[in-house]
Design a protein around this ligand. Structure first.
Ligand code: LUZ
Ligand code: MOS
Length: 753
């Protein structure tokens, strides 16, 4: 099945927040924001803005009707700053005007005098000052210190990975419309409609049922709208409730890039111990996560980092500590992989470090340490149906890794000004929200009397094709064509208390709920047909838009059967709920089963550098990915391709330049994302020969895991650089921008090892 929507997208017919026909009386909201990273507000003067042409109202913290608090996990984030500011771009006031330009003009005239205080911008420095969000976290198994003492080889070092801007095509935004009795209807570009609903109700000081949130689709999100869509929806809702007029808040690209959260930068100290045979005996790490000025989702992201500390490897002695460090940047947030990729980078860096020290290849060390049947993760969970070794070996064979490596060596021998490198990247990603309660979903399914079907779930379509997958599940279950199924907007009145569409679980959870709802309706129809035909219910089959009984003449079109069932007052609607079974975690002990299953796969990445300029190209990425029985192979292929390019961008070009509280890379002229020209040749093969027993119809979650393949680009470029300059000291710092590559090749400070 193909995605339903691209023909709408390319014709400009898909509706995003800013395309919704503007309701009469619409006001535009623009936030006036802090221009200092930290300080107290000495004077806030909005008088001139209130007099500006077209301005209807200017709201500050005093005007918040309910609680001035939008924190999701920890209540540490005001909607509008009150007394203090903690980052550049923090909203201080909201201007509501007849046009967006007038609102912007007026916002500029607002005086925000700030007595500046020194901010903290570095994660380790923040940790040193005790600026920790939540409790420090630790996972431990075995005895790391004893094991490190015994090891033939021990490497110690630091790995740094950078922030990443989401660059969703649709910027953050919301449109709030007051309805009868001042109820608020919110169109929000959010991955979390129920979180927006709940927090808007909190900010307005009203019961949750007075707020309705509706989402048709998002123009991309990648985690950036899991938590951070809420502020803009809350500002719009507040404006609408105060003025009794519709209010739209949509950020410009520059505002979005300068003010909203990104992937967390991490700075990590590691020690990795191996025996003579290259088997990892011990891994110890301390992760310093730069969280920015508020908790946002940082504690959950930190948790996923710990769960992925050992990457795709089996390690008996592990001790990993993690600190979420409060700094004066916009709160860093969810981004595809959710702390997992950061952990993978550290372990692959340590393994690379060890390979250099031992004179081994990275692949040798990777291969002997991969997770196997019967192994356990440091958090106690057994590896269910591991495919790490199988897919590593199959990838090496099918892509002929030996031949690729031979050609790279040959190329490097023949060429002085160009060098190549190759890297293998095995992945293993845990599927489920690490917060157990989020692993639930609902679906509401109606069959109309003509046999057409309407499905609502908690899943938000953001380009990932979840609606196609849900339609497929409903259609397969009812034995009808997917053309008969319409997937409705995600709306809090149809499916309530939804989890974010996140953690790669959108199709897993909402697909299961859809399957349960469709099965219930099918069972009722089967019972009705069996009464018509005098056969057993189990003898009634649903396929090809038809319903059949055991005898040849016992057949009716799906629509015809439905019409007759309706006349006999059979219920044609069903609401269903799904909760992932068997999840538990004991936080005190650090043990449990946080994930339903894991996703495996292996990528082989080749890169070529220009030894004079430090420029590089990622030549090709070949991927063997564990897809299970895909619900929509073409969509999944697109997801793998998009994810790996996004991962490569994080590791190479994308440099969120942070400078003492300011995000300097705040436009697409100063922040470089991979484009088609930069994107490598990508070959995706699916290991789809095994059904996954733990998700809907044998499928596997697909959104985030392939992002991690992007790490291969870093190590492929690293190898090429070291082929050009053998013996130079190499620092595990990502992204490996062209500037960094150039300095490695030609900089003075690169002392010999
Ligand atoms: N969001 C979340 C996520 O709230 N919990 C998670 O475990 C998660 N994992 C990946 C992406 N988003
Ligand atoms: Mo997410 S990083 O919103 O799955």
């Amino acid at each position: 099945m193909k995605n339903f929507e691209p023909h709408l997208h390319v014709r400009g017919q898909s509706e995003y927040i800013d395309d919704i026909p503007e309701p009469r009386g619409l006001l535009h909201g623009v936030a006036a924001v802090s221009h200092k990273p930290k300080g107290t507000i000495a004077r806030l003067d909005v008088r001139q803005a209130r007099q500006s042409p077209g301005v209807v109202a200017v709201l500050t913290a005093k005007d918040v009707l309910g609680e001035n608090q939008i924190g999701g996990i920890i209540l540490d984030e005001p909607l509008l700053a009150e007394g203090e500011v903690h980052f550049v771009g923090q909203p201080v006031a909201l201007v509501l005007a007849e046009t967006r330009d007038k609102a912007r003009e007026a916002a500029k005239s607002i005086v925000i005098d700030i007595d500046e205080e020194p901010g903290v911008f570095d994660a380790k420095e923040a940790a040193g000052r005790g600026e920790i969000i939540g409790a420090p976290r630790r996972l431990e198994c075995g005895d790391v210190d004893a094991a490190l003492d015994r090891c033939a080889f021990v490497v110690r070092g630091t790995a740094e990975s950078g922030a990443q801007e989401h660059v969703y095509m649709e910027t953050q935004g919301a449109l709030a419309v007051p309805k009868e009795q001042d109820r608020i209807f919110i169109h929000s570009a959010t991955q979390s409609p129920s979180a927006v609903q709940k927090i808007c109700a909190r900010v307005l000081g009203v019961p949750v049922h007075e707020v309705e949130v509706d989402v048709r689709r998002l123009g991309g999100a990648f985690g950036g709208k899991e938590d951070q869509a809420t502020a803009w929806a809350a500002l719009a809702a507040l404006g609408a409730r105060v003025t009794h007029r519709p209010v739209k808040v949509v950020l410009s690209r520059h505002e979005d890039m300068a003010m909203t959260g990104k992937r967390h930068p991490y700075s990590t100290d590691y020690a990795l111990g191996l025996d003579e045979a290259g088997r990892i005996q011990a891994f110890q790490a301390t992760y310093y996560q730069n969280a920015g000025a508020a908790a946002d989702l940082s504690p959950a992201i930190l948790e996923r980092t710990l769960y992925h500390a050992t990457a795709a490897y089996s390690i008996e002695n592990v001790r990993v500590d993690a600190f979420s460090c409060r700094t004066n940047y916009p709160p860093f947030t969810a981004f595809r992989g959710f702390g997992g990729p950061q952990a993978f980078f550290v372990l692959e860096a340590a393994l690379d470090h060890a390979a250099k020290k031992m004179g081994a290849t990275r692949e040798e060390l990777q291969r002997v340490n991969l997770l196997k049947e019967g192994d356990r993760f440091p958090y106690g969970m057994e590896v269910l149906a591991p495919r790490a070794v199988e897919l590593f070996d199959r990838a090496a064979e099918e892509f002929d890794l030996g031949e690729i490596k031979r050609r790279v060596d040959e190329f490097n021998e023949k060429n002085r000004l160009k060098k190549r490198g190759v890297a293998v990247t095995p992945i293993c990603f845990g599927i489920s929200f690490t917060s157990k309660f989020l692993n639930q979903a609902g679906a509401l399914l109606h069959v109309y009397t003509d046999g057409s079907v309407s499905v609502s779930t908690g899943a938000v379509e953001m380009g990932q094709g979840v609606n196609v997958k849900i339609a497929h599940v409903a259609a397969e279950t009812l034995g009808i064509s997917a053309k008969r199924v319409y997937v409705e907007t995600t709306n809090t009145t149809r499916v309530a208390n939804t989890s974010p569409t996140a953690a790669s679980t959108g199709a897993d959870l909402n697909g299961k709920a859809t399957e349960l709802a469709a099965r219930t309706v099918r069972a009722r129809l089967a019972a009705f047909a069996s009464s018509l035909w005098g056969c057993a219910e189990e003898e009634v089959t649903f396929a090809d838009d038809e319903v059949r009984g055991p005898a040849g003449e016992q057949r009716l079109g799906f629509g015809a059967l439905v019409a007759r069932a309706y006349m006999e007052r059979v219920s044609l609607s069903c609401q269903a709920h799904y909760a992932t079974p068997d999840l538990y975690f004991d936080k005190a002990a650090g043990k449990g089963k946080p994930f339903a299953y894991h996703v495996f796969g292996t990528a082989v990445t080749q890169a070529e550098i220009d030894c004079l300029r430090g420029t590089y190209r990622i030549l090709e990425v070949k991927i063997l990915h564990d897809s299970g029985k895909s619900l929509a192979p073409k969509i999944d292929r697109g997801q793998v391709e998009g994810a790996v390019v996004q991962g490569i961008g994080w590791m190479t070009l994308e440099d969120v330049v942070l400078d003492n509280g300011r995000i300097l890379a705040s436009s697409l002229t100063t922040y470089k994302v991979p484009d088609l020209e930069f994107a490598p040749e990508i070959e995706v093969r699916f290991a789809d020969d095994k059904e996954n027993p733990f998700a809907v119809m044998g499928s596997k979650a697909l959104g985030e895991p392939p992002f991690i393949y992007g790490i291969g680009a870093y190590f492929a470029v690293a190898d090429a650089l070291r082929a050009a300059r053998p013996g130079r000291k190499f620092a595990y710092t990502a992204p490996m921008t062209t500037e960094r590559a150039f300095l490695f090749l030609h900089g003075e400070e690169s002392a010999s090892e």
